[in-house]
Design a protein around this ligand. Structure first.
Ligand code: ADP
Ligand code: MG
Length: 360
């Protein structure tokens, strides 16, 4: 899906390379955290994946394409397969929620009928049904980030990059955004998230790639943030505890999705219920401990039950996108079967216009 082959990146006028001999591969369907101190090279990595920049040395291969051989003319088309969201949301302030999401489709030549159908669908998916006519300044930070996620998803990309997506959000809102990213990943989209948020990284138990001064110092499945003793404490303890439990609950909801597809034992559901009940209650240390134990149990059951998967061959990017067989779970009470939406079938596929794209 994404492969860095001995990638070095030197910026003009700087002595030390921002990335040095970086080598890793992200497989289809993975959720990967990219962690490291400020300046360690996380954003540089993501910019290379988006082809916003090119390596000084080495190769970046995304969706089977060597990005060095990708002509500038083809970059907008390529970016439709790679959604991106950022810490600062990057919404167009004079456009409504609907228009912000529709804009990407308009500039890539989608039909009006397609836009009228797909924009509300993706807004429902991220939990923003009914807010179509709001302007960004009329939304909370979390809602603004949901708009950005909707915009990144409306082209149904195979990869979603998130560069510190919770960096401007309070802990509870950050949890909701993490939950949404988990659901998107559970629907089959590969997610790479750069973050400082040690709590999420520790609780999610996903793959962690750690950078220090531009070099990979760790690449670990089911990793944690690492040594967090140097990180400043940003919130009072009780709030952090509540956010942590809610975050764990978010992960469990994804586990529940897996249960519903028949790949995980029923006991996981019981554990999830216990954890959810604990998280919903006022913060109580005993409950937190009980929830964490329950979660650990369910995580183990999940690890046992999860089928190992082989990486599939990279699709040729020039082909029309194949409709997903794996629906993105829908947030909250919205009853919407994404598999039936046929979004991919209705994508406008003209490739040559300039577009602002999901990264604008
Ligand atoms: P992170 O996202 O982990 O904070 P970055 O990838 O933004 O790290 O930066 C890595 C290093 O590259 C830093 O030393 C930063 O100052 C430098 N850097 C990033 N972008 C540029 C640029 N456009 N020009 C020069 N130096 C840059
Ligand atoms: Mg950065």
């Amino acid at each position: 899906m994404i492969r860095f082959e001995n990638v070095t990146k030197r910026y003009r006028g700087t002595a030390r390379p921002a990335l040095l001999d970086v080598d890793f591969e992200v497989l289809r369907g993975e959720f990967v955290f990219l962690v490291g101190a400020s300046g360690s090279g996380k954003s540089s990595c993501l910019r290379l994946v988006l082809r916003e920049d090119v390596p000084s040395d080495g190769r970046v291969v995304v969706l089977g394409r060597d990005l060095r051989t990708l002509s500038n003319r083809k970059v907008p088309y390529f970016r439709r397969h790679v959604g991106a969201v950022f810490q600062d949301f990057r919404l167009l302030p004079t456009k409504t929620v609907f228009q912000n999401v529709a804009f990407t489709l308009q500039v890539t030549g989608s039909s009006r009928a397609f836009i009228q159908q797909s924009v509300p669908e993706v807004l429902a998916l991220v939990g923003l049904a009914g807010k179509e006519k709001r302007f960004p300044h009329e939304l909370s930070g979390g809602e603004q980030q949901r708009v950005a996620i909707a915009r990144a998803l409306v082209n149904r990309p195979q990869v979603l990059l998130a560069d510190e997506p919770t960096g401007n959000l309070d802990p509870a809102t950050s949890v909701e955004i993490m939950q949404l990213l988990s659901r998107i990943n559970a629907g089959g989209t590969t997610v790479v998230m750069a973050t400082h948020e040690a709590g999420f990284v520790d609780q999610m138990q996903r793959r962690v790639i750690e950078l220090r001064d531009g070099e990979i110092i760790r690449d670990e499945r089911h990793g944690g943030y690492g040594d967090t003793s140097a990180l400043p404490s940003l919130a009072p303890e009780p709030e952090r505890g509540a956010a942590a439990v809610a975050a764990l609950t978010a992960v469990l909801e994804v586990h529940r999705e897996l249960v519903e597809t028949g790949t995980v034992d029923e006991s996981v559901v019981d554990a999830a219920d216990a954890a959810a009940a604990a998280a919903a209650a006022p913060v109580d240390e005993d409950l937190v401990v009980a929830a964490e134990a329950a979660i650990e149990e369910s995580a183990e059951a999940l690890a046992d039950a999860e089928p190992t998967y082989e990486p599939e061959p990279e699709p040729a990017i020039a082909k029309a996108p194949v409709p997903r067989t794996n629906p993105i779970p829908v947030v909250e009470a919205v009853e919407l079967d994404v598999a039936d939406l046929g979004l991919a079938d209705r994508l406008g596929l003209r490739g040559d216009e300039d577009e602002v794209g999901p990264t604008s």
